[in-house]
Design a protein around this ligand. Structure first.
Ligand SMILES: NC(=O)c1ccc[n+]([C@@H]2O[C@H](COP(=O)([O-])OP(=O)(O)OC[C@H]3O[C@@H](n4cnc5c(N)ncnc54)[C@H](O)[C@@H]3O)[C@@H](O)[C@H]2O)c1
Length: 325
């Protein structure tokens, strides 16, 4: 079977990282790079000898699939254009900025029979997969509580007006909250209600989980942090498990502690997971199957952060995540 031909929409910070580091070794062919900023499109296209375009519609005839790496408020527009033209889609997190748009994307992809994958990293991280296996083996006994923390300083190429603003695309909830909700759901199951206090840049969440496990999440991009953080800790009645995520080097993995066993394993960099995301998407297209992170999963993560945003406006009141589903 011939390789899936991909257009990358969005040649910004992450677009450049995946074009430079992920696509050259991936099981797809990056043939087009689209960005209204022609210089960015051309610079990023050079990594793979792809053609540069200013608009997605001009690239569509040349591709089977579109990888959407544009600002949050443009995810729906770009993804829907691709799906309407029968193209498979990989869309960055959050899948969209509203539940209506997210549902529109999910429904359109199912009706068109194209593969829709969400570029949500946590289910692809070895650290998370290893932690899930240890939990399933009962290594820390019965899980009682989970806490997640994403604390770092927003800087460098990640500082963008659209990301930092208070508009519909902005704030840490949409940017990192969806990741942390995905992480918590991977480790402890679905979220039924959420309470949030703080600001759009630093906040804490208390989550009610269907499993009854107690859950908290702290998010800030205003505090400089170490590059290898314990992003989640699971507290069991027989031990403790940390999920370590490393953004700069290769020490991501897990740390396990029980009264008679201590273990620290890991050799992963966070950005390695983009290869797994792209290769899984490509395989799903070739094999006509669902990818690991389907649109419905992206929708579930988004529903939690939208409920959290409503809670912020309601002085931390618990908001039912499924009220609009
Ligand atoms: N999963 C991850 O690890 C990860 C990491 C960083 C960013 N992201 C996500 O990737 C997306 C992009 O983030 P970024 O930091 O690269 O943003 P960015 O602002 O650096 O880049 C976005 C690019 O999209 C371009 N663009 C705007 N409209 C377009 C259109 N209609 N068609 C094609 N290109 C268009 C812009 O000109 C810009 O170059 C966001 O959804 C973000 O949340 C994910």
């Amino acid at each position: 079977m011939s390789a899936v031909r991909v257009a990358l929409a969005g040649a910004g910070a992450i677009g450049e990282i995946v074009a430079r580091d992920t696509y050259p070794g991936a099981a797809v062919e990056l043939v087009a790079v689209v960005d209204p900023d022609q210089k960015r499109a051309e610079a990023v296209a050079k990594y793979s000898g792809a053609r540069a375009f200013g608009e997605l519609k001009d690239a569509l005839d040349e591709v089977d699939a579109v990888d959407v790496r544009v600002p949050h408020h443009l995810h729906a527009q770009v993804a829907l254009t691709a799906i309407e033209h029968g193209k498979h889609v990989l869309v960055e997190k959050p899948i969209a900025t509203t539940l209506d748009d997210a549902r529109r994307i999910v429904d359109a992809a199912r009706s068109a029979g194209v593969v829709l994958a969400v570029a949500e990293n946590y289910p692809h991280l070895q650290a998370v997969q290893q932690a899930r296996a240890l939990l399933a083996d009962g290594v820390i006994g019965r899980t009682l509580a989970v806490r997640s923390t994403r604390a770092y300083q927003l800087d460098g190429v990640w500082r963008r007006d659209w990301r930092e603003g208070t508009g519909p695309a902005g704030g840490i909830l949409l940017d990192q909250g969806t990741h942390q909700v995905s992480l918590i759901r991977q480790l402890a199951g679905s979220v039924s209600a959420v309470s949030a206090v703080g600001s759009h840049e630093t906040l804490s969440l208390t989550l009610r989980l269907d499993s009854g496990i107690v859950a908290q999440s702290l998010l800030t991009w205003q505090s400089p942090g170490t590059w290898d953080q314990s992003e989640a800790t699971l507290y069991g009645d027989a031990g403790r498990l940390d999920v370590v995520v490393d953004y700069e080097q290769h020490q991501g993995g897990y740390a396990l502690w029980t009264p008679d066993r201590t273990e620290r394993l890991g050799n992963e960099n966070y950005y390695d997971s983009h290869a797994s995301i792209v290769n899984d998407w490509a395989a799903a297209i070739q094999e006509s199957r669902d990818p690991l992170v389907i649109g419905e999963e992206g929708l579930e993560d988004l529903a939690v952060v939208i409920a959290a945003a409503d809670s912020l406006q309601a002085d931390g009141a618990f908001i039912d995540v499924r009220r609009q589903q």
